[in-house]
Design a protein around this ligand. Structure first.
Ligand code: PLP
Length: 421
């Protein structure tokens, strides 16, 4: 007999039903999940000036712009060192190599994340060992990690992710790492600007914290980019060598590194955008707080609750305990799996874009099949992959747009519930 999950759907698959389309089509402009040209319009002149400065300066890879950006990023995050590199994925690969992760080693990470959280481990010949997530944070579960740690024979690192801009239980992971003698590499790709319960910035407490500047991130380049934060002098020096092929002195290569240098153009643009980041984070928080209030008012409950107990069957992200702060990279709700696709299509008909991060767990990605290990069932991960959807939550969402999103969402969920019951 297939078992029912906490959300009421069958574990062995979602029953796909056909629902009628929305009867409230909209001709209003589409509310995009992200609108980068609109975001850039307020600082366009300064971006263009920075581009001209680089074009005229003649130094296009690394150099002064990259050094200045690294210093400004270190100041912003409170990190001792910030090392720019080619992407967030490279930041992970470089960090794993700096932690001496190699063939046959094991690294614990969540399966509810972007592909490169685990592919960076597998590319080094090591095994990503998948740990389930916690239902209230959707981040790697510390208690589940502790259980699995004792079963690993070649554990080399812990790799928690600050998913959707919410810092993982970093103190717990760092303590655990110290106890068992392995470093923590924090995938803070989505979390620049987030702070933990001691107001430390995401990525600053682990041995290495990895940031992505992919354009859609809270601090995005106009191309690829990434950085690693660390307080460890020796690690910082090794990372600087590794990002330039493993070169430790001119024409002297001490290990096999990567070509993963940050472009001067991206650094110059990121310097302009870093100045705007505090205001953008504030704007994201305002949208998220509005959504929280409206959804709670409509009878939804925070993540970790039972969907079946909510008056409106919808779960929204809980506010992290004060003084911790989310960076609100994604505003992700959970809905009944059997209504998710219809809900998305109805919202789209009403001019509201949504997205799904992530529809497939990394333990189920074909490319990772022979590399990854899944010692325990990933029950919460599997439920999340079937129920999550992200709403537009960025600085371009004005009061009109946010109210349109909430009105449409609540109306459509209520309507679909009537059809299911
Ligand atoms: C959680 C997570 N890890 C790693 C990455 C990789 O970053 P990048 O796209 O800059 O390589 C991303 C971004 O896409 C991410 O969201």
């Amino acid at each position: 007999m297939p078992r029912r999950t906490r959300y009421g759907h069958l574990r062995n698959g979602v029953r796909h039903r056909r629902f009628p389309e929305s009867n409230k089509l909209s001709s209003a402009p589409t509310i995009k999940i992200l609108d980068l040209p609109a975001l850039h319009s307020g600082i366009r002149d300064r971006i263009m000036e920075s581009i001209e400065r680089v074009v005229d300066g003649g130094q296009y890879v690394m150099g002064e712009e990259v050094e200045a950006f690294e210093q400004e990023l270190a100041r912003f995050t409170g990190a001792k060192h910030a090392i720019g590199c080619g992407s967030g994925s490279d930041a992970l690969s470089l960090s794993l190599q700096a932690a001496d992760v190699g063939p046959g080693d094991e690294v614990l990470c969540p399966a509810f994340s972007f592909f490169s959280t685990a592919s960076s481990i597998a590319r080094l010949g090591a095994h990503p060992v998948f740990v389930d997530i916690h239902p209230q944070s959707l981040n790697m579960d510390l208690e589940a990690t502790k259980e699995i740690v004792s079963e690993c024979t070649r554990l080399k690192a812990l790799l928690p992710v600050d998913l959707f801009g919410r810092v993982a239980q970093i103190d717990g992971f760092v303590n655990l790492g110290e106890e068992i003698g392995v470093p923590v590499i924090e995938d803070a790709a989505q979390a620049i600007g987030a702070r933990d319960g001691e107001l430390a910035c995401a990525g600053t407490k682990a041995r290495m914290g990895c940031i992505s500047f992919y354009p859609s991130k809270n601090l995005g380049a106009l191309g690829e980019g990434g950085a690693i934060l660390t307080a460890d002098e020796a690690v910082a020096e090794r990372l600087r060598n590794l990002r330039t092929h493993g070169q430790s002195a001119p024409n002297h290569f001490t290990e096999l590194g990567f070509n993963s240098r940050l472009d001067a153009l991206q650094a110059a643009i990121l310097r302009v955008k870093l100045q705007a980041l505090p205001e953008w984070l504030r704007a994201r928080k305002e949208v998220a707080s509005y959504y929280d209030a409206k959804l709670s008012e409509a009878g939804a409950l925070p993540w970790g609750s039972m969907l079946s107990q909510a008056e409106l069957p919808l779960l929204y992200p809980p506010t992290p305990p004060k003084p911790a702060q989310s960076a609100h990279h994604q505003y992700t709700i959970q809905v009944l799996p059997e209504m998710r696709e219809t809900l998305r299509s109805r919202l789209s008909q009403r001019g509201i874009e949504t997205a799904i991060y992530y529809a497939v767990g990394l333990h189920e990605q074909p490319a990772l099949a022979k590399h990854g290990r899944t010692p325990r069932p990933l029950t919460i991960t599997d439920e999340a992959t079937r129920s999550v959807m992200s709403l537009p939550c960025h600085p371009g969402i004005n009061s009109d747009a946010r109210s349109r999103v909430m009105t449409a969402l609540v109306e459509e969920v209520k309507d679909l519930v009537q059809l299911i019951r």
